[in-house]
Design a protein around this ligand. Structure first.
Ligand SMILES: [Zn+2]
Length: 179
């Protein structure tokens, strides 16, 4: 099983100190969320999200690279390339990327620190989380926007994974994808 973690379930990337506790994941671990996070996918109007063709194509190339496949080292290369590709498509400076891979942990402790143009991806490599953190770089601190932007791109560029996505409370789980 590939655990995808739409970030409305997890510690907010940039507002951990002011987080309020509202959720539990499937393992019963308390999760903190900022009030800005949507409480469920039903709150998100994915069709209203504006995505430029260049960014859409960059994420489609990410999908074509089969990011769920390969060794951790190889997958980190795919994720790095994709994040740089998306930033190039958006016309923004490429961020510094730090990977702390751990197959036993979800990706909920990942973060984007725009002030130092750094994205930290922790735990299981997650397409949704990586897109979410890139959204913070491109679109600012809004968790609502980051969730909608990342899930819209995931829906449109990873349709097979999207179709397998199910929400256990606030945590989405997708079976390992072959796309
Ligand atoms: Zn976030």
């Amino acid at each position: 099983m590939e655990s995808e973690t739409p970030r409305f379930a997890f510690l907010p990337c940039m507002a951990k100190a002011s987080a309020s506790l509202i959720g539990h994941n499937t393992r019963g671990v308390s999760r903190a969320m900022s009030n800005d996070y949507p409480e469920s996918i039903a709150e998100l109007d994915l069709d209203a999200v504006q995505i430029s063709p260049a960014i859409l194509n960059a994420v489609k190339r990410f999908a074509s690279s089969k990011p769920y496949r390969g060794s951790t080292r190889r997958r980190i290369q795919k994720f790095s390339r994709a994040i740089h590709d998306i930033c190039d498509a958006a016309g923004v400076e490429r961020p510094r990327l730090l990977f702390v891979p751990d197959e036993t942990q979800d990706s909920g402790q990942s973060a984007c620190i725009p002030a130092i143009r750094t994205i930290i991806l922790r735990g299981r490599l997650s397409v949704i989380t990586s897109l979410h953190e890139v959204s913070h770089l491109l679109n600012g601190p809004s968790e609502y926007v980051a969730c909608a932007w990342s899930l819209r791109l995931f829906r449109d560029c990873f349709p097979r994974s999207w179709s397998r996505l199910r929400f256990d409370g606030h945590v989405a789980v997708v079976t390992r994808d072959d796309t």
